[in-house]
Design a binder for this molecule. Structure first.
Ligand SMILES: *Cc1c(COP(=O)(O)O)cnc(C)c1O
Length: 435
């Protein structure tokens, strides 16, 4: 059935939604005695109701067994990182031995660059998207400097054509071609945090490999949002966080992927710690680092059990729902939001969407550009029970007076958002525009 701009239509879609029951597995903040319209799962996902029991279980285990907790129970802490692997592999499309949960995102980005950015006199450039998330920009800049290069010399940023908001795939591929022999690493976000653009990671990987460079991805806004096939695409490495779409709580742990063709090369340089050492010999406490096979060989420290427990509770939900089913709903749900905004825009473009309109080139987020008084719109939404996100416009060097031009990022999340949520949000936008 084609989309319709009515509440009855939205409610009917919810009734037919096979993922509908998952909404009940999450806590929603309250506004005026009802659930808020929560559209910031791209920033901090909602709390799964199962998180509390998972966390209390480990606290109880600690209270009861103390150090023996490492060896006792169904999920002994010694092995804890392993209990997250099947679900993690499912989320990013990898083999279990290609993934690991450890540390936090920016730390893992550095660890991966230690292995996959080893510039030589002739090959020292990193190609990345312009306006990448700041932490990634700082990580890359500091890595480049640490190897003795000036950022302006070694970092090549790909920008959209003048006057456009998101990148063109052909420009990314052309930049890789152009800097080919000098390129050590092509590093992209999976989904850009500001525009919501989902890059063609398979094509980027192939282009990087065809010029002899590595391809690595920061999947902070992609993991749990879009379908990923890291193994089949042949990506060299990837990293992501767990507190955005993966709903694992503030500061939750990060995941990392290392393709099996590297995971089994002990000679690949890395920064090492005891948890990456061959587990058969880990407690012999001998000299001489001998890495575990696979991504596990990049671990530094023993498992952060309390945060991993919450992460596991959340990942288990993803495995139940499955990524293909989530993505199928997501395309419909975000498509519905786009449809409703277009309806409002019919006579005049009140809300300009800067996210690609091709569903294959975006995840669930739409970024709505407000040229004037944007902050006031955001505050109006907030006063009416919407939790969204305001970012001053700084895209590609643009700037305006604070609170004027900016972007409201809206992420309808298929696990817990409904068609009715989207309908009610659009109704508020419409009412605001009519004032
Ligand atoms: C959210 C996000 C981060 C945050 O990094 P932390 O190390 O988890 O604080 C980094 N990079 C990208 C692309 C992000 O979206």
């Amino acid at each position: 059935m084609p989309y319709q701009p009515t509440l009855a239509y939205a409610q009917e879609q919810d009734r037919q939604d096979p993922l509908r029951p998952f909404r009940e597995q999450f806590y929603f903040p309250q506004h005026d005695g009802r659930d808020v319209l929560y559209f910031t799962g791209n920033s901090l996902g909602l709390q799964p109701k199962s998180a509390r029991a998972a966390l209390l279980h480990e606290l109880e285990h600690w209270k009861t067994h103390a150090v023996e907790g490492h060896f006792r129970g169904e999920m002994p802490w010694m092995e804890y990182h392993k209990f997250l692997l099947p679900q993690t592999a499912h989320v990013v499309g990898a083999k279990e031995e290609e993934v690991i949960v450890m540390n936090t995102l920016t730390t893992n980005l550095h660890l991966m660059m230690v292995s996959f950015y080893r510039p030589t006199a002739g090959r020292y450039k990193i190609i990345m998207e312009a306006s990448a998330f700041p932490s990634d920009q700082y990580a890359v800049e500091s890595q480049v400097r640490w190897h003795g290069y000036a950022p302006g010399q070694a970092i090549i940023e790909v920008s959209p054509p003048a006057g456009e908001e998101y990148l063109r795939s052909e420009d990314i591929l052309a930049a890789i071609e152009e800097h080919g022999e000098e390129t050590a690493l092509v590093l992209f976000g999976g989904v850009n945090y500001f525009t919501g653009q989902f890059f063609d990671l398979k094509a980027i990987t192939e282009a990087a490999h065809s010029v002899g460079a590595y391809a690595g991805f920061d999947l902070a806004h992609a993991a749990g949002n879009v379908l990923l096939q890291l193994h089949d695409w042949g990506a060299d490495f990837a990293v992501w966080c767990s507190y955005k779409y993966l709903n694992s709580g503030p500061g939750g742990p990060s995941g990392a992927f290392v393709h099996e063709r590297h995971g089994n090369s002990p000679e690949l340089p890395r920064f090492a710690g005891w948890w990456g050492h061959d587990e058969q010999e880990r407690f012999l406490m001998r000299k001489g680092f001998k890495p575990m096979k696979g991504a596990a060989g990049w671990q530094l420290s023993n498992a952060q059990v309390l945060s991993f427990a919450v992460h596991k509770a959340s990942l288990d939900i993803f495995q139940q729902a499955t990524m293909p089913a989530l993505r199928a709903k997501s395309e419909k749900l975000t498509g519905y939001l786009e449809f409703l905004i277009r309806e409002i825009n019919r006579e005049e473009e009140r809300y300009h969407i800067i996210t690609p309109d091709d569903p294959q080139a975006r995840g669930c987020q739409l970024s709505i550009y407000a040229p004037r008084n944007g902050k006031r719109l955001y505050e109006y939404l907030e006063a009416n029970g919407v939790i969204s996100d305001w970012r001053e416009d700084n895209l590609h060097g643009r700037a305006s007076a604070p609170g004027q031009a900016g972007v409201i990022r809206v992420a309808p999340v298929p696990l817990y958002n409904s068609f009715q949520d989207v309908f009610e949000f659009a109704a508020l936008l419409k009412r605001y525009g009519n004032k």
